[in-house]
Design a protein around this ligand. Sequence first.
Ligand code: 3AL
Ligand code: ZN
Ligand code: ZN
Length: 517
Amino acid sequence: MEPGDLLRSLLRGWTLPLFLFMLGFTLVYLPNFENAKIVRRDDGCSLLHDTHFVLYSKRVVTPSGIGPYAVEVEGERIVSVTKRSEAPKTSPGKPRVLDYGNAVIMPGLVDAHVHINEPGRTEWEGFLTGTKAAVAGGTTAIVDMPLNAHPTTTTKQHLDEKKEAAKGKLYIDTGFWGGLVPDNAYNASILEELLEAGALGLKSFMCPSGIEDFPATTAQHIKASLPVLAKFGRPILVHQEVTDPPSQPSSLVPGEPPSNARDYMRYLNARPLTWEREAVRQLMEVAKDTKPGGVAEGAHVHVVHLSDAEDSLSHIKAAKAEGSSVTVETCAHYLSFAAEDVPEGATEYKCAPPLRDARHRELLWKALLGGDIDMITTDHSPSTPDLKLFEEGDFLKAWGGISGIQFALPATWTHGSAWGMTIQQMSRWWSTVPAKMVNLPRKGSLEFGKDADIVVWDPEESFVIDSTYPIYFKNRLSPYIGHKYSGKVITTFSRGRQVFEEGRHAQKPCGAMINPV
Ligand SMILES: NC(=O)N[C@H]1NC(=O)NC1=O
Ligand SMILES: [Zn+2]
Ligand SMILES: [Zn+2]
């Protein structure tokens, strides 16, 4: 037999099986070639194993409005947001579709004012518990305050200690504010080192902070820091109370019998509005340096936890109108509670500036809705029960700080919707504006190229935070406990990882530390 004939007969015998094999291969595997891109993750960082998926609902919050959109996530980012009347279909080779029906799909909350007290006071609050509570409430980024931990974050070395303590404990992306104190205020090289090492900006107190190694700064200290901040284009956040305003009225008239320490009004009167008004007045004066052409152009002054939408806000509005670079926040608790409703001895309601009366709460809502308050935060600041002095219920001596990071969304929604707030407005105040203030260009909205930081929630579902309600922050003390709210978080995604769903967290915390851009 010729070699050519041999080959021919071999081929004859093989042709049919070879053809069938190739056909089978094509039919079975070819659709999966596209699937090859769909990597499954099994790293414990996400409850969902897909890395390429589509979220759909009839109420997706986008920069161009709320409506039926499909949000496609690939890896850590949003790769498309498309309007469509119904959910795309899941089909082989295509990313999985998670259809949330009528629930709201919204950018995760960015909470720029959180006290995580690790290292040093981890029994008050730690990174693991704090960020676990945050995601359960739909928050996908926080910025940690420089005080209450020990050491306070006032030098590069202390910031490095913070970062070391945070390693492997973050469910969501977390940034750090550095601290401005009298010790470093006139030392540009310490401040520069701190900002170079990754502090997103600075924070200072104009009154005693309650923490010995975080003493108060004057307006002059703040003024001195502004040119340094300008060089880096970063903000300073200021606690706006001074304890020695020129015309401080006192309700504790000499000779008057001491009132009941368990009475909230006593605390309220001991911390009058004038403290806040005078601080804001002084602060807006130094903020003038941030005007275009000013010695600190490029720096920014942010007023934290506004409780007074009257005179204090007028100073802020005037400063903005004159061109100073200024923003202001209020907190979920000032929007939720009123002084006259604080029960006797209930020191879980104690914070500074204090919760004021219902009229002030109303004015805050009106200022938000009118566009004069820029954003909302929680000022989550827990402590251990002993410091809250529950037995004594002494408002003057108890620790001032409210735990509430897990309830930001339902508290804002429940009260805000009663004032006519829209979901779009809430999303601006909780995500878009804070992301801009902190300077997180990849966060704050659902758009192509942004981080897939997303919360899905049901505005219509209500719940009571009762004794059985799962709370993830440390020390189960909070004024939100015992109240009924609507707006239930269904699931939260942090850079494409499903980190929380219906009472369950991902096995591992895989959030990152945020560096300045
Ligand atoms: N030290 C600290 O956390 N203080 C915070 N607590 C509070 O209620 N207001 C604050 O500034
Ligand atoms: Zn404060
Ligand atoms: Zn604070």
